[in-house]
Design a protein around this ligand. Structure first.
Ligand SMILES: CC1=C(CCC(=O)O)c2cc3nc(cc4[nH]c(cc5[nH]c(cc1n2)c(C)c5CCC(=O)O)c(CCC(=O)O)c4C)C(CCC(=O)O)=C3C
Ligand SMILES: [Fe+2]
Length: 375
C-alpha cells in the first residue's frame, strides 16, 4: 500500500453533470428540464428529441458518468485516497439537490465539485454553479445545514485530459486509408454557443476579445496539432469548428459548423478529415448524433473519408488527473503551494471563479465562486 493521501479539508467529491434520458418516456420531460426558460425554438426541440429516439431514448451520458465514477473510485482506492465520490445532475436523476441532501445526511461538510465540462462558459461553468446555489437554497429551506462547496479548476489543459485526446487523434489518423492519411485535415470540434456567451466567457479582463471559451479551445487544438506534427513528422492543417448549434437562427452562434466545414474542405480538395471532439468529456449524444451520425453522413455523401477521434471518457489517466487536481486544491486550501500541471500556453486556470466570470443573461445566485452568497 502506498502512503495514504489526504484531501483535508475536503471530505467528499461530487461529480456534477448534465444528465440524460434513460428510455423513450424520459425524452420529453428531460428536454423540458433542459430548456426551461432558455428560449429554444419548438422546431429545434422536436429535432433534438428525434436524435434521442434514434437511440431508443437513451442518452449515453449516464452510463459514461457511471464508468467515470468507477474509474475515480478505483484510482482513489489504488492510491490510498479516502475520499467518497457522489454523483448529481442538472437535468435528470440523480438530481444534484437529492445528492446534496444525501451528502448532508452523511455528514459531509466540505465538498469539491468536478463538473463534466472542461472549459469556461456559462453553460459549462456558471450554470452548474447556479444549480449548486439552487440546491443549497432548497436544502436550507428544508432546515438542513448543507456542506460548503468548492469547484475544481477548469481542466481543459491538464495532461490527463489532453494526452488521451492526442493519442485518439493519432489513432484516428492511423485508421485512415494510407493514400489519404498524410494529407488529412484535423477538424477540432466543440459545442457552439452564442457569440455573446463566447465573448463574455471567463474572467472579466478577457471579455470583448473573443473570450476564454474560444481561447482555451484554440490552445488545446494548437497543442495537439503541434504534438501530432512532432510525432508523425507531418503538418496536418487544422481548424477549430463548431457543432450542435441550437437557439433562434437570427442570433449569431460560433461558426463554422462541422458540416459546412467538411463541405468547404472537400471543395478545396482535402483528401480526408479527422474530427476531434476536444470540447467533450465523453461520447454523449452530441458526439453520437452530430458527429457520428450527421457529419459522418455528410462526409459519405461528399465521398470524403473521415474518422472521429475518441473523447477522454473514463480513461485512467483522466481519473488520475482528477486525483491530482483534488490534491492540488487541498494543498492550496492548506496554504501550501504546489506547481499546477498544465500544457499549452495559457497556464493553469483560476481556482475560484472571480466576480463577473461567464455572466448569465439574467443574474442568479451562484455557489462556489467569488460572488457566492454561501461561505
Ligand atoms: C457549452 C455546452 C456544453 C458543454 C460541453 C459539455 O458539457 O460536454 C453542453 C453540454 C451538453 N448539452 C447537452 C444537451 C443539450 N444541450 C442543449 C442546449 C444547449 N447547450 C448549450 C451549450 C452546451 N451544452 C447551449 C448554449 C444550449 C442552448 C440552450 C441554453 O442556452 O441552455 C439542449 C437543448 C436542445 C438543443 O438545442 O440542442 C440539449 C438536449 C448534453 C447532454 C447530451 C446527452 O444527452 O448525451 C450535454 C453534456
Ligand atoms: Fe448543450
Amino acid at each position: 500500500m502506498p502512503d495514504a493521501l489526504d484531501a483535508t479539508p475536503y471530505d467528499a467529491l461530487l461529480l456534477l453533470s448534465f444528465g440524460g434520458p434513460e428510455g423513450p418516456d424520459d425524452v420529453v420531460p428531460f428536454l423540458e428540464n433542459v430548456t426551461r426558460g432558455r428560449g429554444i425554438p419548438k422546431e429545434r426541440l422536436k429535432e433534438v428529441g428525434q436524435h434521442y429516439f434514434l437511440f431508443d431514448g437513451i442518452s449515453p451520458i449516464n452510463d459514461q458518468n457511471r464508468a467515470l465514477l468507477d474509474a475515480l473510485r478505483k484510482d482513489f482506492a489504488d492510491h490510498g485516497l479516502d475520499l467518497p465520490v457522489y454523483w448529481g445532475n442538472r437535468n435528470w436523476a440523480p438530481y444534484v439537490t437529492d445528492t446534496l441532501r444525501e451528502m448532508t445526511a452523511d455528514g459531509r461538510r466540505r465538498v469539491l465539485v468536478l463538473a463534466t465540462s472542461a472549459y469556461a462558459s456559462y453553460s459549462g461553468c456558471r450554470q452548474y454553479r447556479e444549480d449548486l446555489a439552487a440546491a443549497l437554497a432548497t436544502l436550507e429551506a428544508e432546515g438542513l445545514e448543507p456542506p460548503r462547496i468548492d469547484k475544481l479548476r477548469h481542466y481543459f489543459n491538464h495532461p490527463g485530459f489532453v494526452e488521451p485526446m492526442l493519442e485518439g487523434v493519432l489513432k484516428a489518423l492511423a485508421d485512415l486509408p494510407e493514400d489519404v492519411r498524410a494529407g488529412a485535415h484535423l477538424a477540432f470540434t466543440t459545442h457552439s454557443i452564442p457569440d455573446t456567451a463566447a465573448d463574455t466567457s471567463g474572467p472579466v479582463e478577457g471579455h470583448g476579445d473573443g473570450g476564454a471559451y474560444v481561447r482555451q479551445h484554440l490552445d488545446v487544438a494548437r497543442f495537439v496539432a503541434d504534438a501530432v506534427r512532432e510525432q508523425t513528422g507531418i503538418e496536418h492543417p487544422w481548424r477549430l469548428v463548431y457543432q450542435s448549434r441550437s437557439g433562434a437562427p437570427h442570433i449569431p452562434w460560433l461558426e463554422p459548423d462541422i458540416c459546412d466545414h467538411l463541405e468547404e474542405l472537400h471543395g478545396a480538395g482535402a483528401p480526408a478529415v479527422v474530427m476531434a471532439p476536444i470540447g467533450f468529456v465523453s461520447d454523449h449524444m452530441e458526439v453520437l448524433y452530430d458527429l457520428d451520425t450527421e457529419a459522418t453522413a455528410k462526409a459519405a455523401e461528399l465521398g470524403l473519408p473521415v474518422r472521429r477521434s475518441a473523447t477522454v471518457g473514463a480513461d485512467p489517466r483522466f481519473a488520475a488527473a482528477i486525483r491530482d487536481l483534488v490534491l492540488e486544491r487541498a494543498a492550496t486550501e492548506n496554504g501550501r503551494h504546489v506547481a499546477p500541471c498544465a500544457l499549452g500556453t495559457l497556464g493553469a486556470s483560476h481556482d475560484v471563479c472571480p466576480v463577473g466570470c461567464c455572466p448569465a443573461r439574467a443574474p442568479k445566485p451562484a455557489a462556489a465562486g467569488a460572488d457566492s452568497p454561501y461561505a
